[in-house]
Ligand binder design. Structure first.
Ligand SMILES: NC(=O)c1ccc[n+]([C@@H]2O[C@H](COP(=O)([O-])OP(=O)(O)OC[C@H]3O[C@@H](n4cnc5c(N)ncnc54)[C@H](OP(=O)(O)O)[C@@H]3O)[C@@H](O)[C@H]2O)c1
Length: 311
């Protein structure tokens, strides 16, 4: 989802398509160190957007903890080290707001990192994402001056939009709700069951806004990036700036999809952290703001879902 949006953003800026190198999972398994090194030895890469990861919602994280920690650690370590070895000077690592402690003060600032226990349902994924930040920082600290490398990190909030995963068991909340409400509407069902109590509050960012933030951060002059970060606290939050309860989100999605039956909450399903809202002051003061509001973004996402998934 995000990789494709970054491509759209770069091409909209005029970067020629032939200058952008991509690999699908089937073409290059990033957990395979030898394959990743061989790729970088051949390809002449100037800068990397590291959007690949083992990604999933609360159920996938809860049931596949080994895959979430192992694959994400391997992807990051292989790419960052192979990039360094082959002389890549600029890299942007995509983490996640899951890196912050479960009970971090809201909204969560970058300096909340490593100040308390993580949310258990996605701790393995979060630990891998924290390792990604620390890989970037450690390579910068050891080789930044001697080799001129500049590896940066951004931590997005929950994302949604074109290219999302609409699988009911393994998806995030917005694509799951879009599919559920759409299917209920098509089947004239009287109710839709939503996981959890509906009380948790979450923040959502449209994926093209995330892509514009990635390109913005990648293109910042080093002096600007350094002014707003520290060598061992270098990541930048990417948020929308407002959160919403899951029950209000469900109402909003039902409205966009056109489902007018009942919404029932399955309280046997886990809620996850009570609230997750990022403090994006760092990025805002670096000149970036989101463009797409939640209702507008949901309409765009539903249009795409209908075109590709909802037939
Ligand atoms: N979506 C969100 O709400 C969200 C929120 C916060 C952070 N993020 C972060 O944003 C980044 C992009 O996420 P996304 O939502 O765009 O996820 P996505 O749509 O699942 O994209 C991830 C891509 O990585 C590929 N990939 C996974 N394992 C790989 C491997 N071993 N080798 C090569 N490719 C591999 C996947 O291919 P296959 O699908 O074929 O496996 C997929 O194309 C990730 O770092 C994620 O952690 C996402």
């Amino acid at each position: 989802m995000v990789g494709a949006a970054i491509l759209r953003q770069l091409m909209a800026q005029g970067v020629p398509e032939e200058d952008i190198v991509t690999r699908t999972h089937a073409e290059l398994d990033l957990t395979n160190q030898a394959a990743v090194r061989a790729f970088f030895a051949e390809a002449e890469i100037d800068e990397i957007y590291l959007a690949a990861a083992k990604v999933g919602g609360i159920h996938a994280n809860n049931t596949q903890p080994a895959k979430f920690i192992y694959e994400n650690l391997m992807i990051e370590a292989n790419i960052i080290d192979a990039a360094f070895r082959s002389g890549v000077k600029k890299l942007l690592f995509l983490g996640s707001s899951c890196i912050y402690p479960r009970l971090a003060p809201q909204p969560m600032r970058e300096d909340a990192l490593l100040t308390g226990p993580l949310e258990p349902t996605n701790e393995p994924y979060a630990i891998a994402k924290i390792a990604g930040i620390k890989l970037c920082e450690s390579y910068n600290r050891q080789y930044g001056s001697s080799h001129g490398i500049d590896y940066r990190s951004v931590m997005p909030t929950n994302l949604y939009g074109p290219g999302d995963n609409y699988d009911l068991e393994n998806s995030h909340v917005i694509p799951a709700l879009i599919r559920k409400f759409h299917e209920a509407k098509v089947n004239a069902a009287s109710e839709v069951v939503v996981w959890g109590t509906g009380a948790p509050r979450r923040e959502f960012l449209y994926v093209d806004d995330m892509a514009s933030a990635c390109v913005h951060v990648m293109q910042l002059p080093p002096s600007d990036y350094e002014k707003h970060t520290e060598p061992m606290l270098s990541h930048i939050n990417v948020g929308f700036g407002e959160d919403i309860s899951i029950s209000d989100l469900a109402q909003l999605v039902a409205g966009v999809v056109g489902f007018d039956g009942d919404i029932v909450f399955d309280t046997d399903r886990p809620d996850g952290a009570p609230q997750k809202l990022l403090d994006s002051t760092r990025l805002n003061s670096l000149g970036w703001r989101p463009q797409v509001g939640l209702e507008e973004g949901l309409k765009l996402a539903y249009t795409e879902f209908q075109a590709f998934e909802g037939k």
